[in-house]
Design a protein around this ligand. Structure first.
Ligand SMILES: Cc1ncc(COP(=O)(O)O)c(C=O)c1O
Length: 469
């Protein structure tokens, strides 16, 4: 492809993308319904082999966009992210165009300093005076990195010798913690059987009494309790575990405390709401995903550690001379689980630089206000049952009209949810809380207004009325 053809094609694609954003994002159109795989397979030629012209490639790009779920649309409430970030998009486009890798300073000089600054700022906010950290490929990997660091702190020999013939290391998470903690147990060699899932209370928070008694039980067997992960904003209910109290317990028993703030960690930016994570400075590590609450494009996650030396120690191996030519300080690849690593910092740095701390705080506070507004809508409705409390941006409720028998409520909630997508172009998710299937509404789109929430509930009630008529 010659240079002019490249530029012409990129111009064309930019205009296709601008049109896509114009037509589908904001509140003008509904999200697409989810196409079934048979339809997609008929519509799009997925096979690889034959050559195609650029004109045909344009056709494939249109098809991709047409059938994509419009996550930037205001009516997309389905995941923990929603909306379109202009600066986030810009950052990612620049990253693709410049195609650097974060492993060495000489490959990514500007991004290296940006990442250093961002991690420093995060450590200050958390209260890690000599902390450090790294960008990771998502909250799950951030949690894995934290578990690995905790394993190393407890048993530094495990890096060389593995965990064979050692005293058993046991970790603790809550039953409502994200499933990535269990995956991390496997990845780190701790093993699923050595992660105890502590029950939660009626508010969805880790039960301290159970945590304490299980720590004691582990000790009495001469096993080693070495890791507790508290969640700041659980995936389904948005609950915050009691970091202060858990922190004291961990300090007493000399246990690594990780905070999975992948979803709810953004309250750090709000003086009004950061009390939800009070005691955070007692933790040893903290994971946060800017691609969730701030809506910058996926992935934009980081893990910070109180003791910055540990990151380097766990990641340092031989055979890296071909890559790292620095004096040991500037190449961030030394701190990373990966070799090649995408520049994820730029999109967040641009976003933060533009809004500044104060607007960031205002945005977070506004999302909380919208969550309260939505909660009131639920409480005021005679057919909706709230799952209290609403601590963060997750509003969970069950639709329970009088004439639907209890045993049919779970399937009825799923039916309403699916009809909302099909008929109203509004996409919201559902999840089980205990035995009840509930709607999980997430107010994380930074462009969301009260009128959109009004429309959400009007549409939901209309669908319920239709199904009951
Ligand atoms: C609390 C929590 N932790 C971790 C994760 C995993 O994050 P990621 O999808 O970026 O791996 C999620 C995802 O929703 C989450 O809610």
């Amino acid at each position: 492809m010659n240079k002019q053809t490249k530029i012409d094609f990129i111009d064309l694609v930019h205009s296709i993308i601008s049109n896509f954003i114009d037509e589908n994002y904001g509140d003008i159109k509904s999200i697409s319904s989810v196409p079934d795989p048979d339809t997609l397979s008929k519509e799009i030629d997925f096979t690889l082999g034959n050559k195609h012209s650029l004109d045909q490639m344009k056709g494939f790009i249109h098809q991709y966009l047409d059938y994509s779920i419009k996550t930037g649309n205001i009516h997309f409430y389905n995941q923990l992210f929603s909306g379109f970030s202009t600066l986030g998009y810009t950052g990612d486009a620049i990253v693709a165009a410049t195609n650097a890798s974060m492993y060495t300073y000489e490959m990514s000089p500007v991004a290296t300093l940006m990442e250093n600054e961002l991690i420093k700022k995060m450590c200050q906010l958390i209260g890690y005076d000599n902390g450090g950290g790294t960008f990771v490929t998502g909250g799950s990997n951030g949690n894995f990195l934290a578990l690995l660091a905790a394993r190393h702190k407890q048993n530094p020999d495990s890096k060389i010798e593995g965990l064979f013939n050692q005293r058993r290391l046991v970790g603790f998470v809550s039953k409502d913690s994200h499933y990535s903690m269990l995956k991390a147990a496997n990845q780190s060699g701790i093993g699923l059987n050595n992660i105890i899932q502590i029950p939660v209370d009626s508010d969805g928070k880790m039960r301290l009494d159970y945590l304490e008694s299980n720590i004691e039980k582990v000790k009495s067997k001469d096993d080693i309790p070495f890791f507790v992960a508290a969640t700041a904003g659980t995936t389904v209910r948005g609950a915050y575990d009691s970091i202060n109290e858990i922190g004291d317990l961990c300090e007493y028993h000399n246990i690594w405390l990780h905070i999975d703030g992948s979803w709810g960690g953004g309250v750090l930016f709000s003086s009004k709401h950061q009390h939800l994570m009070s005691g955070l400075e007692k933790s040893d590590s903290f994971t946060w995903c800017a691609h969730k609450i701030l809506g910058v494009p996926i992935i934009c996650s980081m893990t910070m550690l109180k003791d910055k030396t540990i990151l380097k120690t766990i990641n340092e191996v031989s055979g890296t001379d071909y890559l790292f030519h620095d004096d040991g300080h500037m190449d961030l690849g030394r701190l990373s689980l990966q070799c090649g690593r995408r520049v994820d910092v730029l999109k967040l740095w641009l976003f933060w630089k533009y809004y500044g701390d104060s607007d960031l705080e205002k945005q977070i506070d506004r999302l909380f206000d919208l969550a309260s507004y939505a909660k009131k809508k639920v409480v005021d409705s005679p057919i909706l049952g709230l799952v209290p409390p609403v601590e963060f941006l997750n509003i969970c409720f069950q639709i329970k009209p009088k004439n639907i028998p209890d045993e049919n409520l779970n399937s009825f909630n799923i039916l309403v949810r699916n009809q909302l997508i099909k008929e109203k172009g509004i996409m919201v998710n559902y999840a089980k809380i205990g035995e009840n299937t509930c709607i999980r509404l997430i107010t994380t789109n930074l462009d969301l207004q009260k009128t959109h929430i009004d429309l959400f509930f009007e549409s939901l009630h209309a669908v319920v009325d239709e199904l009951l008529s």
